[in-house]
Every structure is written in C-alpha cells, then in structure tokens.
Design a binder for this molecule. Structure first.
Ligand code: DOR
Length: 442
C-alpha cells in the first residue's frame, strides 16, 4: 500500500455541503479523502478527534511591504503572521517601493517569496497610465493573481483614475482587476478637512461615503461599457453595498473584518490613529449595512487588508500618521469571534475565506476534497483564546483587536502538505509556492 505523507484522522471537516466527519490523507501535496477509520501507512498522523478542519485560509488582500518598506514588514514576518493566524495563502498588493508595475518587479517578488514565505503566495501587478504592455503579461506569470488599481491615492504613489486609461486596461487585459475605490478629485477638494484636523475622528469625514460611492458608481459604469467584471475591495458603506448589489453581474465584492467589527466614533476614541485606514471605518449604521449585505449574498470574499505601520509612524498624530492596520494574523480569529457572538457560522467563515476566494481566482485550493492542494487549518473550537499585541508576528507589533476573544485555537497550519505550525511551534524549513490561477472553478 502506498504510504501517505500525512494522515489527519477523526476530525470534523468544514465542507461546502456542511460539517462532516472525514479522514484526510496527504500525498505529494494533494488531499486524498479516506474512508473514516481506515488504516494506511503514513509518515505522520494527526489525531484530530474533537477538532475542526478548515481548508487552508486564503487572505485575498495583504501589504507585506517588501521590497522597500521592510521596516514595517517583509515576506518572512508577514507570512509568519499569516500561518500563525491559520492563513495558508496570501495575495499581496503592489504598493511597495518600487511599486510592482513591471514583469521584472513581480518576478523579483516571486523569487524572494520562494525562499522567504512560509505561506503560499500571489502578487498583484499595479496598474498605471503607462504600463499596459506589462499588465498584458500578468496572465502568463505563475504567482501573479491579477491587477490592482488605486482609483484614489492611499499609501504609496500608485494612482490611476483617467477614464480612457481605465478603459484601455479593462479592454485589453484578462483576469482579476482589484480596485481601491475612492474619488481622487473629491479627496483633493476636501483635503482641508484633513489638514485642519487634530484627531483621526476627521478621517471618515474627509474620506466620506460620497467619496467612495461616486468612485464606485463611475468605475462600474466603465466596467459595464467594457463588458468587464471588476473586484471592488474593502467596501465601507451601506449605500455602496446597495449599489453593488444591483450590479453584481459586473463586480465581485470584498469587505474586511475591521469594517465589520469596529465603528466610529468609538474606534477613534479608543485607538486614535491606529484605527485610521483607507477607506475609513464609519459609523455603526454602515457596519450594520455591511453585515446586511453579507447576509444577502452581495459580499464574495473577506480580506484583511493587512497594512502594517510602525507604532512610531502611527504615533505621529493625525494627519501625519499613515493609514492602515495589520490583520493577516487576526482575520480568522476575528471571524471566529463573530462565530462566538452568533453573527456567523463555520460554513460562512469557510465561504468567505476558502470557497469563494478559491473560486474567484480559480485556485486548486479552498476545499477538503480529492486532488485539491493540501492547505489545511485545524482548530479546537472548545478552546478560548485572547488576541494580544505581544503575540503578533508582524513587525509592527500591534493589532486593533488586542483583547478580543474567540473560540477556536489554531492547532495546525498545513501548507502544501507540510505542517508549518503545530501547537504553537513554527517549522520554518518549508516555503510556500506561487499560486496558479484559473485552474478550477469549484
Ligand atoms: O489604509 C490603507 N493602507 N489603505 C490602503 O489602501 C493602503 C494601505 C497601506 O498600504 O498602508
């Protein structure tokens, strides 16, 4: 009988069809579904009785800052934070220094990640007014997950909102186009609100609902004309969700755990500039609107928008503090916190962090089924854990969720069949692999 590299016995698997007991084998980095209780030779056996098994979690939006901003994060620290939070695959944004706008620069990131990243990885190429020819190459690069366009300026200098340039990209490229949607002209017009402010409470006033909504309306209209679907990131308002709900043929939608969990003004009272991000955290009626949209099926994926900045940078005070907060290590814990609160169930967590991300990008991941990549996250739903600043692996060393509790201690994170985290101990001898897009739509 052919030996398995790993067998996981006795656990409850989170499947598209619901929670089911299932034994899993792993051979050559792929999953084999086994008959419950069947005996097979294996190099390693994990007894998962009493534990829940998720397909490895996919974080579809992180900023890992390498190259150029590695005092905030790098591929080693970011991916360590990922696997400690149960995330086995991350998709990373192009606003590094230099920005990832050429084939050469994305190949450099992929090369670095192959020898530094504990998790599987994909990188976005940034869209600019000049790099259409480079963007056309994106679809053939293994490890490239798509194109990212900043329609409004945020961290870094990537920015593109001119209609004819957007049309050019929409018409002449294939694959995912992920959008940071805020209206640059309005941001500039309204900048005195920011400049005259003393606290981060002004951040959602400067970057108000209209700023995001008008940008999203405009870009969806362009997408429609070009018969092109776009992926709109980190939606923050009820109004924007209502608009996107009517335009689902032309978009997929992301929301973040922080927009679902924090709200103004309390988050700014408590966290000050540490709650400052783009687009901003808004009032509780918007938080409720985001939940309503999620429950109605408007939301496709939840991404962390892990955007670490050092405490020193955040402590510069508004408006000199940079926007963004870390999240790759807490995306799953915060959703498990919502499970404990009764806001989500485990199948929904897997929908937004596994099934839908895999489907959106066409990855051979996200399901505990035969021949899928053996990326697996195993948790103990009976054990309560508190999120703590000091447990964060990110170089920034803080989290907006310090003190939040969740049930579901992460016991194992398995990447491509290799056990990378086992009961708190990290094995850093295996590196992740570049993602392959358009492999399968399950
Ligand atoms: O708040 C944010 N921070 N929003 C972004 O779009 C970028 C991110 C960053 O890279 O810091």
């Amino acid at each position: 009988m052919e030996k398995f590299d790993l067998i996981i016995k006795g656990g409850t698997c989170v499947l598209k069809s619901g929670l089911k007991k299932r034994d899993l084998g792993v051979r050559n980095g792929k999953i084999v579904v086994l008959d419950i209780g069947s005996e097979h030779p294996a190099t390693k056996i994990i007894d998962a009785s009493g534990l829940h098994i998720f397909p490895g979690l996919i974080d579809t939006q992180v900023h890992f800052r390498e190259p150029g901003l590695t005092h905030k994060e790098d591929l080693a620290s970011g991916s360590l934070a990922a696997v400690q939070g149960g995330v086995t695959t991350f998709l990373e944004m192009p606003n590094t220094t230099p920005p990832t706008t050429t084939k050469e620069s994305i190949l450099e990131k992929i090369k670095l990640a192959k020898s530094k990243s504990l998790a599987n990885f994909g990188f976005y190429m940034g869209g600019t007014a000049e790099n259409l020819e480079e963007l056309k190459k994106a679809k053939d690069i293994e490890g490239c997950c798509g194109i990212k366009i900043f329609l409004g300026s945020s961290t870094g200098n990537l920015l593109l909102y001119k209609r004819e340039k957007l049309e050019e990209i929409f018409k002449n490229t294939t694959g995912i186009i992920a959008l940071h949607s805020e209206n640059e002209e309005m941001l500039v017009q309204r900048k005195s609100i920011r400049d005259n402010a003393k606290t981060a409470h002004a951040h959602p006033e400067w970057r108000n609902v209209e700023t995001a909504l008008t940008s999203t309306k405009r870009v969806i209209e362009i997408a429609k004309e070009c018969k092109r679907k776009v992926h709109v990131l980190h939606i923050t308002s009820k109004e924007e969700m209502d608009f996107l709900a009517e335009n689902k043929d032309f978009c997929t939608v992301e929301v973040t755990p922080q927009h679902l969990t924090l709200s103004a003004p309390e988050c700014y009272d408590k966290l000050g500039t540490y709650a400052q991000m783009n687009p901003p955290i808004r009032t509780v009626d918007h938080t409720a609107g985001l939940w309503g949209a999620l429950k109605k099926g408007v939301v496709d994926v939840i991404g962390s928008d892990h955007a670490p900045h050092t405490k020193e940078e955040k402590d510069k005070g508004y408006p000199n503090s940079p926007s963004g907060m870390p999240g790759v290590q807490t995306i799953f814990p915060v959703l498990l916190h919502h499970v404990q609160m009764g806001n989500l169930n485990l199948e929904e967590v897997a929908k937004y962090l596994c099934f839908n991300p895999a489907k959106l990008y066409g990855l051979n991941k996200g399901h505990l089924e035969n021949d899928f990549d053996a990326d697996i996250t195993i948790v103990n739903m009976n054990e309560e854990v508190e999120i703590k600043n000091e447990d964060m692996a990110s170089k920034c060393g803080w989290t907006p969720f310090d003190g939040y509790k969740y049930k579901g201690k992460i016991n194992y994170t398995i990447v491509g069949g290799n056990v990378v985290v086992e009961n708190g101990v990290v094995n850093s001898s295996h590196f992740g692999s570049p993602i392959k897009v358009n492999q399968r739509k399950f």
